[in-house]
Design a protein around this ligand. Structure first.
Ligand code: SF4
Length: 308
């Protein structure tokens, strides 16, 4: 579990929840990876994509998904198919775990027989379908019906842990994830937060490169500690070092020059100790070697400025 801060309080969601939500949705809507199954709200097509994506690389899934839907375009057509044909489609497309094909075929039969061919639209009902676990049920409810709960997968946990200092505890993640999700917006929200975890806040974070919309609130970004439940030690030192280099440049852009003791606290709140003066001296020396900053040292006084 993450340690509490000096006041004994665990970090919590920022007061400006509306700002946090809007920033993420706008970031996602401005640009995101295209997955063909995110362009549809057909629950059948989404269910097929979710079942295929379990433990299979997405790049391999795209072609198989399109061919599958060409061959069995509706849930009725899949229910009518011979089980053996579905299984052999699965294995000939190297989708692995052929049981998933059997279950998918069986789920299609349940929808036709038990629901008159109409997909149920709640996570709880969807979970009654053969081979459909809580994650898949919630994904279909969210992406097809905009009626899901907040997704909490490994990526989302990593983001919440880093951004808001949520402790590594499933109940805490569930509570925070659902407090964070705007009501009735599970489709865009779950897509957006999963995109954040996949594109910006991966094991090696790409906060600045990916333009993470949560930098101004992010606990990890502020402290430079990018560990997470699935990233037990500081990831890619170079990754965070690059960020601090960027921050030095950005900060110096606002001043003619700064002494190290003035620059340090402006680029990290925990300036001091192992990440104090010596650390900063090295960082700016690297930047000077790269021709980006000028260092003016007189005795103990070390002033840094952007190179003209
Ligand atoms: S600022 Fe960085 S660490 Fe924080 S949520 Fe964004 S990508 Fe993750």
């Amino acid at each position: 579990m993450r340690e509490s801060d000096d006041s004994g309080e665990l970090a919590a969601l920022p007061d400006d929840l509306a700002g946090v939500r809007t920033a993420l949705i706008e970031w996602y809507e401005a640009d995101h990876r295209e997955h063909p199954w995110r362009e549809t709200d057909d629950p059948y097509a989404i269910l097929v994509s979710e079942i295929m994506s379990q433990q299979t690389q997405l790049a391999r899934v795209v072609d198989a998904w399109e061919e599958f839907l060409d061959r069995w375009p509706t849930v009725d057509s899949l229910a009518d198919a011979a089980r053996g044909d579905v299984v052999s489609f699965w294995s000939s497309h190297s989708l692995g775990y052929n049981n998933r094909a059997k279950y998918l075929h069986e789920a299609a039969g349940q929808i036709v027989d038990d629901y008159d061919g109409e997909f149920p639209d709640t996570p709880a009902e969807l979970e009654e379908l053969m081979g459909v676990g809580p994650y898949t049920a919630n994904a279909v409810a969210s992406f097809a019906f905009n009626n899901g709960d907040a997704v909490v997968d490994t990526n989302v946990k990593r983001v919440l842990y880093r951004a808001f200092g949520i402790p590594d505890d499933d109940d805490a993640f569930e509570t925070v994830a659902s407090d964070l999700m705007p009501d009735g917006e599970s489709r865009v929200w779950n897509n957006a937060i999963m995109e954040l975890g996949g594109v910006a806040c991966g094991k090696t974070p790409r906060c600045d490169v990916a333009g993470c919309p949560w930098r101004e609130w992010c606990h990890a970004y502020e402290t430079g500690d990018f560990t997470a439940p699935d990233v037990p030690s500081q990831p890619s030192f170079e990754g965070s070092r690059r960020q601090f280099r960027g921050r030095v440049i950005e900060t110096l852009g606002k001043y003619d020059e700064l002494e190290l003791s003035e620059l340090g606290p402006r680029i990290r709140v925990d300036y001091g100790g192992d990440t104090g003066r010596e650390w900063l001296r090295e960082l700016v020396a690297d930047l000077a070697d790269d021709g980006l900053v000028a260092i003016d040292a007189a005795g103990d006084e070390v002033c840094v400025s952007l190179r003209e």
